[in-house]
Design a protein around this ligand. Structure first.
Ligand SMILES: [Zn+2]
Length: 374
């Protein structure tokens, strides 16, 4: 159950409307109706519907440009805050991302220019009162398109401007680094907006929060997931590691840590089965309590989730992100034997490789001993 209602299909892309969108229509009808009677209520609803037609056209700007680069879009969902197009993947080179990101706002610019020319009006703040305004509906729609254009070009994720910024940075640095810098700039923009909002405009405060959270999300797991979707677990696991026997002491583990600088240690029983994972931090914390004679079995995280090597890497990422947030995901063969481990670190390294090479890496990650030199 996704709480969205399919409206139909245009050029191979399903258009869905989230149920909260109908709540927005109802709310606008009620507020406008209370102010100006049934006529105003209808005008408000028609206006919102027209705005959302413009939002759909904006999304189709992205979709058609992405298709031009061979990226398909399965669906777009209309939310009260705008449209969300689900691209199968993001284009990987800066020029493609730049053009895909700009294609949406470009549609609003064209609509605004056409409507302003057709009505012979100019942009005005009074016309921007939106759903509750009066006066020429078409002129107000033109102004809203101008607003959509500027709003979407804010240099902050999840706005298109954030992607434009990342694409521009992407000419000079790796994808990962460009994302981090773009996200930091976006959060700065959000703080600025929030400050302006505090000075008097509560809607700006709301937008600032939306942008701030969006930037944080973008810089972390969203990008990881996009990359992870195209890879399989077996390509992205660490395969060279030192394992600890279930009977090992914390002193043994500390020795192994000094030798290998490994972030996690698989703990194996006599049948070569994984019984748990010992993390560096758990080892250090437990050493203080139990001393070197303490048992690794007491300090390890038991019940590590396991996947098969041909499952998508995104599945491993999902398991790492979901409670109870295990420190690692085990990759096991058909006989349940451990083949490798996937941690946030190994996925991060895959991302770095991806950012540098613009293509999924093959073969196992570097041996963990090299990590300090990276
Ligand atoms: Zn857009």
């Amino acid at each position: 159950m996704t709480w969205s209602i399919p409206l139909g299909r245009v050029a191979g892309t399903a258009i869905r409307v989230h149920v909260t969108f109908f709540l927005l229509l109802l709310w606008v009808a009620m507020v406008a109706g209370a102010q100006g009677g049934p006529d105003a209520a209808w005008q408000g609803v028609v206006f919102i519907l027209l705005v959302f037609v413009c939002v759909v056209l904006h999304e189709f700007g992205h979709i058609l440009m992405a298709r031009h680069f061979g990226v398909s879009t399965s669906d777009i969902t209309l939310l009260p805050i705008g449209g969300v197009a689900r691209l199968a993947r993001m284009p990987e080179n800066p020029t493609q991302e730049l053009l895909v990101a700009l294609a949406g706002p470009a549609v609003n610019l064209v609509i605004a220019l056409v409507l302003f020319t057709a009505t012979g009006t100019r942009p005005s703040l009074a016309a921007a009162a939106g759903a509750f305004g009066t006066g020429n509906l078409v002129a107000r729609l033109a102004t809203v398109n101008l607003f959509l254009l500027l709003f979407n070009l804010l240099p902050a994720f999840p706005m298109d401007g954030g992607r434009v910024l990342r694409a521009l940075l992407g000419y000079r640095m790796s994808f990962v680094h460009a994302t981090q810098v773009a996200a930091s700039i976006g959060q700065g923009v959000a703080i600025g907006l929030g400050f302006l909002g505090l000075l008097g405009n509560p809607i700006l405060l709301f937008i600032a929060l939306f942008v701030y959270l969006g930037a944080a999300a973008e810089s972390h797991m969203v990008q990881l997931r996009q990359v992870a979707q195209g890879l399989i677990a077996g390509e992205s696991m660490m395969t060279r590691y030192q394992a600890l026997p279930l009977s090992a002491t914390l002193g043994d583990a500390a020795d192994a840590l000094v030798r290998t600088a490994q972030p996690v240690f698989p703990v194996m029983d006599g049948q070569e089965r994984l019984r748990g994972v010992l993390t560096q931090s758990a080892l250090v914390a437990r050493l203080h309590v139990d001393g070197p004679d303490g048992a690794v079995a007491d300090a390890m995280v038991p019940a590590i989730p396991a996947i098969h090597p041909y499952q998508p890497l995104s599945e491993a990422l999902r398991l790492l992100q979901e409670p109870p947030n295990p420190p690692a995901v085990a990759v096991v063969g058909p006989d349940d034997r451990l083949m490798g481990l996937i941690t946030a670190d190994t996925i991060g390294e895959v991302m770095l490789t991806h950012g540098v090479n613009n293509r999924p890496p093959v073969g196992p990650a570097r041996p963990p001993g090299d990590r300090a030199a990276a």
